[in-house]
Design a binder for this molecule. Structure first.
Ligand SMILES: *Cc1c(COP(=O)(O)O)cnc(C)c1O
Length: 432
């Protein structure tokens, strides 16, 4: 990569990288948990001061305006979902009306699959992958069952070459005249592999079928170009790299070529806005992504995104991606140098090529990965764990530093040197 800095293992290297970081000031925009090195922004992003302000502002509107907040709030609550869609659109390369903040990722998968999955004749299969996030598979199986089809026959899961990665060619080769729809992750939640979206879109479109993406692990870390790539539809959540807070509103994207299609999980908030409150019993959907909304938007939960998306727009997706790639490259460099040989014995389960990875790095260790994760937490580092043997480390461009990455690696070495993990229970908790 152009201008990629040369790393070494000294602390002064980390200090220099932080000093030269063009996004350095953004760390101060966030509330950082005291005494913690937070490396879990791919699961739950941290709160920004702007998100807090936006939430308190909305709470105040509720107090002062009551129901009048729907039209008199700033922005009016009635249009908040669409306004948030406009703000998020540049992050994914969409026009403002192709994105809306609504529902949750899983509900949005259901809403969009109900529109885009149209089995007919022998075209009945949905193609997904064997390494999908489980909720995606549950939703796809449910959608097949709603059509009276057997998921065992009609859900095709592309197998991973080595349990971690896919070759896009292999996925594309599975699309046939029996495939009705392709639905894939952008970034795999375990290994962090970034799939080649434009290539996969072309493969689906050569067969004349639609393709959608679950971008929960990429939006906010990886720039997307949905319109230019001719993606048909996509979903992603607001609480990971977009820092909207636990359970906050998610997003969906519908390519404008499909605005005429029917949202079959219809609800009154998808109705044409001008006449929604005429309360007709015939559903006429808004000809925009907003047409796929179902219910009243969770205004409090969505309000935080007004603040946090502003930060993303100020920083710019390209700058965020540049730093994110440097943070993960630096982490992988330190792991190669300091944590790969015995007795450390970690291996990197994430693609090395910058164009093939998202925002986190998977560290694999055949033994004791879970207890090492616990020992790391006891030292104030927050990674997460994915069974059977993966520690995911997500240094986030907007609020993490190179020095923190350096410290994480030091902690891991110390935990192994002192066999510190021996003190922890091998039993996993409900949320790891
Ligand atoms: C986090 C995540 C989800 C979460 O779905 P919710 O409905 O928000 O709970 C779904 N899919 C992927 C790929 C994810 O990473």
């Amino acid at each position: 990569m152009d201008g990629m800095p040369i790393y070494d293992t000294t602390k002064s290297c980390a200090t220099r990288l932080d000093r030269d970081d063009p996004l350095r000031r953004f760390r101060r925009y966030f509330h950082l948990p005291r005494g913690m090195i937070y490396m879990d922004g791919n699961s739950l992003g941290l709160p920004s001061k702007a998100a807090e302000t936006a939430l308190l502002h909305t709470l105040d509107e509720w107090k002062c305006l009551g129901i009048r907040g729907w039209l008199d709030g700033r922005p009016p609550w009635f249009y908040l979902a669409e306004r948030l869609g406009e703000r998020a659109a540049p992050l994914v390369g969409a026009t403002p009306d192709e994105v809306v903040a609504t529902g949750t990722t899983t509900v949005n998968i259901h809403a969009l699959i109900s529109t885009f999955y149209k089995p007919h004749g022998k075209r009945r299969k949905i193609l997904a992958t064997a390494l999908d996030f489980p909720t995606d598979i549950y939703a796809l199986k449910g959608q097949l069952a709603l059509h009276g089809l057997d998921p065992g026959e009609c859900l095709e899961l592309a197998p991973a070459t080595d349990g971690r990665f896919f070759s896009e060619n292999d996925i594309a080769a599975r699309i046939s005249d029996e495939t009705a729809l392709v639905f894939l992750p952008s970034v795999l939640y375990r290994s962090g592999q970034l799939l080649d979206i434009p290539f996969l879109v072309q493969a689906a479109h050569r067969h004349g079928i639609p393709i959608g993406f679950d971008c929960a692990h990429s939006v906010g870390a990886v720039p997307h170009h949905f319109d230019a790539s001719e993606v048909d539809f996509a979903v992603w959540c607001g609480y990971k790299y977009l820092n909207g807070g636990p359970g906050c509103s998610a997003f969906l994207y519908v390519n404008r070529n499909h605005f005429h299609r029917e949202p079959l999980l219809a609800g009154w908030f998808g109705h044409v806005k001008e006449t929604q409150f005429d309360m007709h019993l015939d559903f006429e959907h808004q000809p925009s992504a907003g047409g796929w909304q179902i219910s009243s938007p969770g205004i409090l939960g969505a309000s935080t995104l007004m603040g946090s998306l502003g930060i993303h727009l100020e920083a710019g997706m390209e700058a965020v991606r540049r730093k994110s790639l440097r943070l993960t490259a630096y982490l992988m460099f330190l792991v190669d140098e300091l944590l790969t040989a015995a007795p450390y014995s970690f291996r990197i389960g994430t693609p090395r090529e910058p164009g093939r990875r998202g925002g986190h790095v998977a560290l694999e260790r055949a033994e004791e990965a879970w207890r090492i994760c616990e020992a790391l937490k006891a030292r104030g580092v927050v990674p997460d764990f994915r069974p059977p043997d993966i520690l995911r480390i997500a240094p986030v461009a907007l609020y993490n530093t190179y020095t923190e990455v350096w410290q994480v690696v030091r902690h891991l070495r110390a935990i192994i040197d002192g066999e510190e993990y021996q003190r922890f229970s091998p039993l996993r908790k409900a949320i790891s």
